[in-house]
Ligand binder design. Sequence first.
Ligand SMILES: [Cu+2]
Length: 136
Amino acid sequence: MRRALPVAITLVTAVTLIVTAAACNSSNPSAPDNPGGGDPGATITIMANANNTFSPANVTINAGDTVTFRNNGGNHNVAADNGSFRCANGCDGQGGNGNPSTASWSFTITFGEAGVVTYNCEVHVGLGMRGTITVQ
Ligand SMILES: [Cu+2]
């Protein structure tokens, strides 16, 4: 019996450490270090502006989040450098028309996989009208 006591204390210590470690790990996914997202399935909006910029141009989101692009003035479209989408009044290949347009268009894309997608306005890319979506 006298030898059993130290073993029991050691076990309690080990369990306490494991519980503490688990608690720390479970809090990490909700840490407020993700300005672009937060809740899974969140939506953020990127405006194409009359001064030939996207705002915000560079965003960081979580996989599964949605980005809505809106034309806030000017002749613009949004084309992914990797060819994954080209949109304005809807998207090419999805029943829409990705040609640059002055209409007050908007369209929405859900980014399901982690990666980096750079995009531009084909009319104003030479003026630096481009941005980056980082999906984490
Ligand atoms: Cu443009």
